[in-house]
Write a protein that binds this ligand. Sequence first.
Ligand SMILES: Cc1cc2nc3c(=O)[nH]c(=O)nc-3n(C[C@H](O)[C@H](O)[C@H](O)COP(=O)(O)O)c2cc1C
Length: 179
Amino acid sequence: MDVLKAISDRRSHRIYQAEQLPEEVLSAILKAGLEAPSARNHQPWHFSVVQDAELIQAVHDEAAAVMGKGGNPRFSDDAFQMFYHAPTAVFIFGEKDFGWTQVDCGIAVENMALAAEGLGVGSVILGLPKPAFMGEKADELRARLQCPEGYDFVIALALGYPADTKEAHELHWEKISRI
Ligand SMILES: Cc1cc2nc3c(=O)[nH]c(=O)nc-3n(C[C@H](O)[C@H](O)[C@H](O)COP(=O)(O)O)c2cc1C
């Protein structure tokens, strides 16, 4: 039942406290990522954990530069930072030449988001950093983030203690067919 509560209570948090996660809490979240199922148990992921605010900002800056101001409505707010100044960011890199990488990394990131919720930690899954790995600084950033050879950015997860509250998103039961 704790799993159902974590699923129901999880939100995409977009305001964070500055307080860093204790090491054992972060470690438990990362373990939940490694515990995710994957096609043929291939585990086509690599998690790069960043707590260096300057490096997180560098990814934001490059993604914003590649995307341009019109790339996302949130960029019209000059104060916007795509990691929401969360104290920890996990970059999930996936093996490029494996057919289930996107699915497997998606399952892993949700495992981590749910584990975080269960431990009282807020999170938000982030696709917006992707352009940072498509422009001029892509190789430099992949190197700084220790992305393995043959892997590329799939998704990121911001982690921290939330400073916002949010309603659950609307459920569309019509998206279920019971035959
Ligand atoms: C693949 C994926 C990419 C996402 N990328 C972003 C993002 O870049 N920035 C952001 O603020 N939220 C991002 N989100 C969060 C969604 O906006 C959020 O899950 C959705 O609005 C539902 O809200 P909830 O997570 O609070 O239920 C992403 C979610 C997923 C699953």
